[in-house]
Design a binder for this molecule. Structure first.
Ligand code: 3H9
Length: 702
């Protein structure tokens, strides 16, 4: 095929902006997109595709059409940056209809990822060929949308409603092999033979009298038509996962329409739902999250091509909950880990918990037994500190004591090989002070994981004053390699996340003394969409962290709770009372303890609405976020959003705390803070940046 003539005019009409080229080989007309980096279906691509289809159909010598893409992937979807702007015709639904209506068969040749609008293009084609490594999916739901170019109507007709529901509502792609098994892909091509396989298929079908048309298929809908309860069952089964989000329900309604009404009515409904969602606050927030996550990878002042160190082996100091969780990330990614503890019992306990965690994940189908064994075989648990000497990166995960950490880093510096990176998993402490204990402060930084460290996706990479660019770039690259979302933070007490959490906790503690109950405080946050409130979180973690029975002096609510044996979920009671199945109920005893403290301190009992409680908890966090920006601790407001989304379960449909402030208006946050000023305490200061942004009517996320 390689030396076939290029069809004249392939670049006509688009000048330098040409992203679609065409050529002819025998009776086959090739339409190729080249729109890096991901062949997003922006205006130029859409109009190029429509014109090319028309051209192919107008050429008597053409008997079959192949759509494929250059570069790393097939179309990865609509161009998200175009959403919210006036649509430039042709729209994607129209392009899909044009492809499907082609009297000559159209074949999609898929490599990389056929996502969103990309899969919708493929579904509109009469045939689909893919390489085994390709992935196919409709991830629109993750952007607060539903597939808007016929995907909700064509996919159920091709693979059945139940399978389509799963793909569309989860937004997760499937591999080409699975897609082949389900009928979504007609033929698998050898990894390096996609074009030949597509051409072979074209040769086979070009003279057929008819071709499969996805929108006209009925066969795959039969099962759902006989099972009308399917959709409500699906809603119930997924209630927890889709709570608070608008898009999943819209997806379900649209797929239901595919089963029950003709294609044209189904697509009209899909369009209506899409327009509603794309203009709504949730999708705007979720699109912000998409770009925020990618922006977080970019480090101010650090060229994209900064060289990074190769990591062949990682050392972890401490086999506790954090150390074990951190180690699992590397083991899963295929990187050997040496894990050091001081005592055999602690080492054995830590290793056993890791294996148990892996086995639990395997039971859920996330790993095979072989993968678990392979991961654990990469672990070298040892009591020998010197064994860390050949590691390229050592992460210290011992408990929070500056003295201990200083001593450890001093020792590590003696034994770690030249060029090795030394990282601390500290949640609060000063990385520069720790780095000063070594002769390589430029090779020291913070890598702050969040608990459970093998699950939570956030990694705060703490850049010390002297951290070298290559060391920082390596930590970010490592984060990506182990599947984390890494965000750079400067050095301050608690970094980005915990510093803001402390601002919230201070208000939570104050509010309960002012008369709001812990349950009201927790509800104000969980009703907002946070997975847990501060008192539920405290009960889960254990109230006795840092509590000493020998020195306890009944000086805080927390101390008294511990003294009375109310140490959290593990003792069946903490702020709340817990039943054997961990169901929680408000505790009268806790309320009495709090009332006693309030009375002794002479704090009058206030009466708060849920909205006021929320303002008291969240506005000071945003204020702290503004200070974090002002001081250059975070590079950009969206980085703060990413920290809260991935580290603390902030509800994705509000886009993160700073984006939420932008949505409700920074001036509203400012006036709220001024209104609550007295209650916020004598030390409370409004951030000058927040004030300026509010007064100028600007946004944090400009
Ligand atoms: C849709 O299709 C709606 C339709 O149903 C209906 C319409 C009517 N648009 O992720 P990466 C940028 S909704 C614009 O780092 P990777 C991205 O920002 C869409 N830009 O690469 C980044 O820019 P920068 C449904 C996009 O290899 C660069 O490309 N589709 C888009 O790690 C590289 O991206 C999706 O939701 C886009 N669609 O991952 C898929 N996609 O370099 C979204 C990427 O300036 N995309 N960019 O930071 C992805 O999931 C991943 O990008 C992908 C590659 C897996 C493809």
């Amino acid at each position: 095929m390689g030396n076939c003539p290029v069809l004249a005019g392939s670049n006509e009409g688009y000048g330098a902006m040409t992203v679609i080229t065409t050529r002819k080989t025998g009776h086959i007309f090739w339409i190729t997109s080249n729109n890096p980096p991901v062949n997003a279906l922006g205006h130029a691509v859409r109009s190029g595709l429509a014109d090319a289809i028309a051209k192919a159909n107008g050429d008597k010598g053409v008997k079959a059409i192949i759509i494929n893409c250059d570069g790393r992937t097939f179309f990865a979807g609509a161009d998200i940056t175009e959403f919210g702007k006036p649509l430039q015709a042709p729209g994607l639904p129209e392009v899909c209809d044009t492809i499907e209506a082609s009297p000559k068969p159209v074949i999609a040749a898929i490599h990389g990822t056929a996502l969103g609008g990309g899969l919708e293009i493929a579904l509109a084609c009469h045939y689909r060929v893919a390489v085994p490594s390709a992935k196919l999916g409709l991830p629109e739901v993750k952007l607060g949308l539903l597939p808007g170019a016929g995907g909700t109507q064509r996919l159920p007709r091709v693979i059945g409603a139940e399978a389509a529901l799963g793909m569309i509502v989860s937004g997760n792609p499937v591999g080409a092999k699975q897609a082949h098994a389900s009928g979504l892909v007609d033929r698998l091509a050898p990894e390096d033979g996609l074009r030949d396989a597509a051409a072979d298929l074209a040769d086979e079908v070009m003279d057929a009298s008819s071709h499969p048309v996805s929108s006209q298929r009925e066969d795959m809908l039969a099962a759902a038509r006989e099972d009308p309860d399917l959709f409500n069952r699906f809603r119930q089964d997924n209630a927890r996962k889709i709570k608070g989000l608008d898009a999943p329900e819209a997806c379900i309604v649209a797929v239901e329409a595919a089963v029950n009404v003709p294609f044209e009515r189904g697509t009209a409904l899909e369009r209506e739902l899409f327009m509603e969602l794309v203009g709504g606050e949730q999708s705007k927030a979720m699109r912000h999250v998409f770009f925020a996550e990618r922006a977080a990878q970019k480090i101010d002042g650090l060229p994209k091509d900064t060289a990074t160190y190769t990591l062949a082996k990682v050392g972890i100091l401490g086999a506790g909950t954090m150390g074990g969780g951190i180690a699992m990330n590397f083991l899963t990614a295929g990187i050997p880990v040496t894990m050091v503890e001081r005592e055999q019992a602690a080492l054995d306990r830590g290793t056993a918990i890791m294996r148990k965690n892996y086995e639990r994940s395997a039971a859920k189908g996330k790993f095979t037994v072989e993968q678990v064994d392979a991961a654990m075989s990469r672990l070298n648990p040892t009591l020998d500190f010197e064994a860390l000497g050949d590691c390229d990166l050592v992460i210290e995960a011992v408990f929070e004591s500056m003295e201990l950490k200083k001593e450890i880093f001093h020792r590590l510096d003696q034994i770690a090989k030249p060029g090795a990176i030394l990282a601390s998993n500290t949640s609060y402490l000063d990385i520069d002070e720790i780095a000063a204990q070594t002769r390589r402060p430029d090779h020291v930084l913070g890598m702050h994981f969040f608990s459970p460290a093998n699950v939570m996706r956030l990694l705060e990479v703490v850049r010390g004053k002297q951290t070298a660019p290559a060391v920082l770039a390596t930590a970010m690259a490592v984060g990506k390699r182990i599947g984390k979302v890494a965000v750079v933070s400067g050095v301050c007490h608690g970094f980005i996340g915990n510093r803001m959490l402390a601002a919230r906790q201070e208000q939570a503690n104050a509010l309960i003394l002012e008369g709001a109950t812990p349950w009201q405080v927790d509800d104000a946050l969980t009703n907002f969409g946070m997975p847990m409130g501060p008192f539920q979180m405290a009960d889960l973690a254990g109230l006795d962290i840092g509590w000493n029975p020998d020195t306890t002096s009944s000086s805080s609510v927390r101390e008294v709770l511990c003294e009375r044996g109310r140490r959290g979920q593990k003792t069946g009671k903490g702020f709340y009372d817990y039943a054997a199945d961990r169901t929680r109920t408000p505790s009268k005893e806790t309320e009495d303890i709090i009332a006693g403290f309030a009375a002794r301190a002479g704090i009058p009992k206030g009466d708060y609405t849920e909205g006021e409680i929320r303002e008291r908890l969240i506005y000071p966090m945003i204020n702290e976020g503004a200070k974090i920006l002002e001081e250059g601790i975070a590079q950009r407001a969206s980085d703060i959003d990413v920290v809260w989304l991935y580290g603390y379960g902030w509800p994705v449909w509000t886009g993160g705390p700073m984006f939420w402030a932008d949505t409700i208006g920074v001036n509203r946050v400012l006036s709220g803070l001024e209104r609550h000023r007295k209650a916020l305490g004598p030390d409370f200061r409004i951030s000058p940046l927040l004030k300026t942004i509010a007064e100028d009517g600007r946004r944090f996320n400009a």
